[in-house]
Ligand binder design. Structure first.
Ligand code: 13P
Length: 254
């Protein structure tokens, strides 16, 4: 039985007071209604990691970061490394988000190195894959997702893969309000798990969590999370509202 994960990627949103207010509102809901057997992760922008981490101490909330350098230290102006994130209480790091691929040219080997950096610091990568609309239109979405996971993950030993969370985020569904149907999500998640099975065997593949991301909201979360191979969600816009994000958490906890 895989524990479901709901992770809120705040992207480049909120001021510090707003970030703290969102965290406080979420904590209040979590204190008032127990949710069981679920990992809930919030992923604020870098400057808010320390204050948010202080606020969520001794709560069920866990902390993630949106990116990290493939290097541990040194003359890389503007970068933040995995050892730094570890030292401020981060437990998860998103790697290979489509926005990093699209706007910052991240791909292939670089993403494999980032995954390694995260794992070397006992953090959990949330590795993102997913196809743009044109690729789905051409029927090449399975090939592309296969390539993305092969390039960034298939050098890992099984123990490391088990610490990794995969997020399938079709680019055409991100921030567009166009969610993949539960059938489309399940089809791709089953395909990803099949690739993991071929490489690592069923015993390992059955334990890896595969999240869906792309316009998840309070209205569609339950149907998506009910799919056999969907182990929760990576939520963007809807994670910026405590009430809606909490409803999504409840949908996963059921
Ligand atoms: P939206 O939920 O806003 O579509 O964003 C999804 C996403 O990119 C999460 O990483």
């Amino acid at each position: 039985m895989r524990t479901k994960v709901v992770a809120g990627n705040w992207k480049m949103n909120k001021t510090l007071p707003e970030a703290l207010q969102l965290t406080a509102e979420l904590l209040t809901r979590l204190e008032n209604h127990q949710v069981k057997n679920i990992e809930v992760v919030i992923i604020p922008p870098f400057p808010y990691l320390i204050p948010v981490s202080e606020k969520i101490q001794s709560s069920v909330l866990r902390l993630g970061a949106q990116n990290c350098s493939e290097h541990p230290w040194g003359a890389y102006t503007g970068e933040v490394s995995a050892p730094m994130l570890k030292s401020v209480g981060v437990q998860y790091v998103i790697i290979g988000h489509s926005e990093r691929r699209q706007y910052f040219g991240e791909e292939g080997t670089k993403l494999a190195q980032k995954v390694d950096a995260v794992l070397a610091n006992q953090l959990h990568p949330i590795f993102c894959c997913g196809e743009p609309l044109i690729v789905r239109g051409d029927g090449r979405h399975f090939d592309l997702v296969k390539l993305q996971i092969e390039e960034a993950l298939f050098h890992l030993p099984a123990e490391a893969l088990l610490k990794t969370i995969i997020a399938y985020e079709p680019v055409w569904a991100i921030g567009t309000g166009k969610t993949a149907t539960p059938e489309q999500a399940q089809e791709m998640h089953a395909f990803i798990r099949e690739q993991l099975t071929l490489k690592y065997g069923a015993a390992v593949a059955q334990q890896v969590r595969i999240l869906y991301g792309g316009s998840v909201n309070a209205g569609n979360a339950k149907a998506l999370f009910a799919c056999a191979d969907v182990d929760g969600g990576l939520v963007g816009g809807a994670s910026l509202k405590a009430g809606e994000f909490f409803e999504i958490i409840q949908a996963a906890a059921q």
